[in-house]
Ligand binder design. Structure first.
Ligand code: SAH
Length: 391
């Protein structure tokens, strides 16, 4: 029955067939509605000869009521439901593993296509529940202290796969008796560099904040980036998400070693982009993440340099105790070193907190996510470099 759709509206099928929205089910190509933001959904219905308000109805059914069967959409006419069933679907990644930490943290390994997997982590805390989601299968950035980097990079996630993580966690947590807190915050801090998957990440983030989808506040959806400078400017134009920047070093020499993308976008460029980011709203602050590596970036001198380079930027600092993994080659700074580092920053007037390590007994802590990624990056570095340069 796809034929009717193609002959009636050839344009949409041409557009969509070039995107990641198509799945093969038998011989039928179906559009995954989880890939659609509000604008896509409106265009989709208009192309079908329907009124744009259908978009809000569908968004609600798909995201708020968690429906995957069009027949359950009772305020949609029978004829439209039949049409939708023929051309579209609501398809989620598959849970292949679920692990619960002794501290209540929960990790899911999700299967995508062709053996690709990603990991998603839920961290319950007093009064809130944070979901840490992935944006890529693996990561091309090669940060020297991150387990995901060691796995290499396969591909970008689709909007549906990014949002699907939220949807799956939402559903599963509702079903789990011992973890019944809702998801109040989402952080794009799992596997991957979100700004290298710009379009899909922006769509997914906007849906997380859309009244008709997840309706999360802009203060509760945070994108974490190693600093893809040109994309930062675009990001502030297209979405309202909160921003975290993985700094990890207070000078270029050290940052080039820890976060190699710094050789392309050095600190001066990155910090200038950070100054511009919330220029229109001076109440908002950027979180700067700083992993504490013993004897590498944790000396008092580093703290003083850090305070100096952040002057004039609306900043708060998150110190992250390094989470070890096999073959890491780093150790976490001592508690004393972290406390001293923190007090230097606080004395300089910077709001600084030390992040609690959560879920390390199930390898769910920051930087420990590896999924099951066939390492294509390391085998073919040129491909990775090209990938970054094309963004
Ligand atoms: N690519 C993005 C998001 C993924 S990493 C970014 O760089 O921000 C999320 C956070 O975990 C980053 O701040 C990252 O630097 C940090 N991280 C990575 N490996 C870590 C480790 N082993 N221990 C502690 N934090 C780590």
């Amino acid at each position: 029955m796809l034929a009717f759709f193609v002959s009636e509206k050839p344009r949409i099928i041409t557009e969509l067939s070039h995107s990641s929205m198509i799945s093969m089910q038998g011989n039928t190509q179906k559009i995954n509605l989880l890939d659609f933001d509000r604008q896509d959904m409106e265009s989709f219905f208009v192309e079908m000869g329907e009124k744009p308000f259908r978009a809000s109805q569908l968004l609600k059914w798909v995201h708020q009521f968690g429906v995957t069967d069009f027949d359950e959409m009772t305020n949609v006419s029978k004829a439209l439901r039949i049409k939708l069933t023929e051309v579209a679907e609501i398809r989620l990644p598959e849970i292949v593993e679920q692990q619960l930490s002794s501290d209540g943290t929960c990790k899911w390994v999700l299967k995508l296509d062709c053996g690709n997997h990603v990991e998603t982590v839920y961290i319950p805390e007093d009064g809130r529940g944070t979901l840490c989601i992935s944006s890529q299968v693996g990561c091309p950035l090669d940060c020297s202290f991150c387990a995901t980097a060691q796995q290499g990079f396969n591909r970008n996630l689709t909007t549906a796969e990014i949002l699907g993580q939220l949807r799956i966690a939402h559903q599963t947590l509702g079903e789990m008796k011992n973890v019944n807190k809702p998801i109040t915050n989402v952080v794009l801090m799992g596997m991957g560099e979100p700004l290298l998957n710009f379009k899909n990440v922006v769509k997914a983030s906007n849906l997380m904040m859309d009244d008709f989808a997840y309706n999360l506040s802009k203060y509760r959806v945070t994108l974490s980036t190693a600093g893809i400078v040109p994309s930062l400017d675009k990001l502030s134009e297209l979405t309202d998400v909160s921003l975290a920047v993985s700094l990890h070093a207070p000078n270029d020499e050290l940052r080039n070693q820890l976060v190699p993308i710094n050789t392309k976008y050095p600190l001066s460029d990155l910090l200038a982009a950070c100054k511009r980011f919330f220029a229109k709203d001076n109440r908002r602050k950027i979180t700067f993440e700083y992993v504490m590596l013993a004897g590498v970036n944790d000396q008092p001198e580093h703290a003083r340099q850090l305070a100096k380079i952040l002057r004039g930027i609306p900043a708060k600092i998150n110190l992250i105790p390094f989470n070890p993994f096999n073959g890491a080659g780093y150790r976490c700074s001592s508690k004393e070193a972290i406390d001293q580092f923190r007090s230097i920053l606080v004395r300089s007037g910077l709001v600084t907190v030390t992040r609690k390590t959560r879920g390390d007994d199930i390898d769910a802590a920051c930087g420990q996510l590896v999924g099951k990624v066939a390492d294509r990056t390391k085998k073919n570095r040129r491909q990775t470099v090209n990938f970054i340069q094309e963004q």
